[in-house]
Design a protein around this ligand. Structure first.
Ligand code: SF4
Length: 426
């Protein structure tokens, strides 16, 4: 088997460091009906009739075809169309899924993010017909007052109705919920959690609200930490979510992710946490490629600079704007930020990401990291077990879940604290 035909499975942990393509494809759709009060994501309020929506979707389709011609999607198993609000693309979203489906022969999980206000019955019909298997719904809360404080467009009734409709279409449905938000109480959070569970979804993601500088919410709260978002409240709400969801048959498989069964876990997100290479297209989208994957992309992207010596992993971020992408979709025209990691840094990053998973650190990864980084790996892991962040099986404990940033920081420090190399292409 030539290396170009090699998938990242079957060659041990090292295999994923030499795969030439991507195991996962992310497409970013940067359009929303309106900007939520807390949002600092790459998304812009865009009228539904704006021709930019169709032109941007077609441009992404062309980039997917170019990546496919390079062989980068030969072993791509999952697609995630995120945003922004992909459902705002309407019929263009199904068209994009069809393009990806024709370019990635091993694709078996196709997720689209959707928001209740733009998820019509016609769109659901088309998504199913186009091969969509999962829908990730931005519900956030089932309390109208809380939704209004967040600046969301939908209300609770619309969210419930659209989740039920998506389930009736046979899709695996995941709901995003947000805690430690204005007006939320333990009782209202309980009612949101129980309400979502009662709808019959198989997957729930739970996040504490991060108040970002410069957003309307950030400007409103100023420098004071609001009581509703304190670290204690965040921890209480996450613990409450765990109790309700686990009490209703869900299992927490990642710090923020719960699934009713292993089959309903999000394989795409698991690729991010298990060192598998991924390609991200669309404004602001991130990729993580091996040396070989980067060299392959360089074949058509002369704007990417030469690969620095001793670098084994590249993170790319698309810097081109949505208008630039729509007007000139060719891969050679894209602007990227490039970040290079040494093999040591890549191993430390994989340990850090692996510690998000309930299954704990993969034995193959630990052995590989030990070979590369020496006895500091065992010393650090032993200390994290002693201090209660990890169990003996090297899985996160309650403390590890709640104080994740400390745990991840300790593992990243195994890279010896060296800075990653960052540069921009144009
Ligand atoms: S729907 Fe999501 S991406 Fe769009 S503005 Fe709201 S939080 Fe941001």
């Amino acid at each position: 088997m030539s290396s170009s035909a090699m998938s990242c499975e079957g060659t041990g942990w090292r295999g994923r460091l030499i795969a030439e393509g991507a195991n996962a494809l992310y497409l970013h759709v940067p359009f929303c009906v309106q900007k939520c009060a807390y949002c600092d994501f790459a998304s812009w309020a865009t009228p539904r009739g704006d021709t930019l929506l169709a032109r941007y979707a077609q441009a992404l389709g062309k980039q997917v075809e170019e990546a496919s011609r390079l062989g980068m999607l030969d072993h791509c198993e999952t697609l995630y169309v995120g945003g922004g609000t992909p459902s705002l693309l309407g019929e263009n979203l199904g068209g994009l899924l069809r393009v990806v489906g024709s370019c990635a022969p091993e694709l078996s999980e196709l997720t689209c993010e959707a928001n209740p206000e733009s998820l019509s019955g016609t769109l659901l019909d088309d998504l199913v017909e186009a091969g969509c298997t999962r829908l990730s719904m931005g519900v956030q809360s089932l309390c109208d007052g809380e939704l209004s404080e967040l600046g969301r467009v939908h209300d609770a009734a619309r969210a419930r109705d659209r989740v039920v409709a998506a389930l009736a279409h046979g899709l695996n449905v995941s709901c995003d919920l947000m805690c430690a938000i204005p007006l939320q109480t333990a009782e209202s959070w309980q009612s949101t959690l129980e309400g979502i569970v009662s709808l019959g979804v198989d997957h729930v993601s739970v996040y504490p609200l991060q108040i970002e500088e410069g957003t309307p919410l950030g400007l409103k709260v100023g420098d004071e930490e609001p009581a509703w978002n304190s670290p204690d409240v965040q921890a209480d709400r996450m613990t409450q979510a765990q109790a309700v969801l686990e009490g209703n048959g869900f299992r927490r498989y990642e710090v923020a992710s719960y699934a009713r069964s292993p089959q309903s876990e999000c394989r795409h997100n698991k690729a991010y946490w298990t060192g598998k290479p991924y390609l991200g297209l669309g404004t602001g989208a991130a990729s993580m490629l091996t040396r070989e994957g980067y060299l392959r992309l360089m074949e058509v992207c002369p704007q990417l600079g030469p690969l620095p010596e001793c670098m084994s992993r590249v993170r790319l971020k698309v810097l081109s704007s949505r208008q630039e992408i729509a007007e000139d979709p060719q891969l050679p025209s894209l602007k990227f930020e490039e970040e290079f990691l040494t093999e040591r840094q890549a191993a430390a990053e994989d340990l850090m990401l692996g510690a998000r998973l309930a299954s704990g650190l993969d034995a193959g990864l630990v052995a590989y990291a030990r070979d590369l980084l020496g006895q500091s790996v065992d010393e650090t892991l032993a200390r994290l077990v002693r201090e209660g962040y990890l169990s003996d099986a090297l899985a996160p404990t309650e403390k590890g879940w709640l104080l994740g940033n400390e745990l991840y920081g300790e593992l990243w420090d195994l890279a010896d604290g060296c800075e990653t190399l960052v540069r921009r292409s144009s």
